[in-house]
Design a protein around this ligand. Sequence first.
Ligand code: LAC
Length: 222
Amino acid sequence: MRLSALVFDAYGTLFDVHSVARKLDELFPGKGTQLSQLWRGKQLEYTWLLSLMGRYIDFDQVTSDSLRFACHTLDCAYSEEALEALRAAYRQLAMFPDAAGALSLLGQGGRQLAILSNGAPRMLEAVVEHNGLGGLLARNLLSVDAVKIYKPSPPAYRLAVEHLGVSADRIGFVSSNGWDAAGAKSFGFEVFWINRGRMPVEELGVRPDHVLNTLMELPALV
Ligand code: LAC
């Protein structure tokens, strides 16, 4: 087996961060989609900024902080209850339809499967359980919280090498986030970029090894 392990990004790859847009729209009518986009953008930006500052605030808190920023930007007055409801919704994000099928096929081959995410451990455990993936992935839920620096910093990716006991070139890293695919390639993984957004490849000097439209194309390639 060329690749001994497959490591998945969580948010945007297995779980749809924009599945909270409906809840956002209930709370802030007409603004759900825009809020969701702003929220996700800021959430990622904060992880990168914190890492550059040499600071770490866990992803649960970053997710709340970036939501408050998004609400302020769009003049959405929020209550603490609304924030709490959205925090809870984030633990119950929907899984992308192709993820369940691809994971169950990939789980049959004896290859190690893992998640490596910026998500705080309690968020990851909740969303994995909510989507019925506990049996497949619970033992290999890797959070950057263990190293207190966010992807795409190399120590974050190194967690997978250390936990799985497999060299980087024998790990396939799967992400829908172009920046994460670039970071993983730069680290040394074989990278599968799931181009859900039909976006161009990031111009960061490294390119993913494979560009797929959906996770269902993955089993045939590994
Ligand atoms: C993850 C997010 C940031 O690491 O996509 O799961």
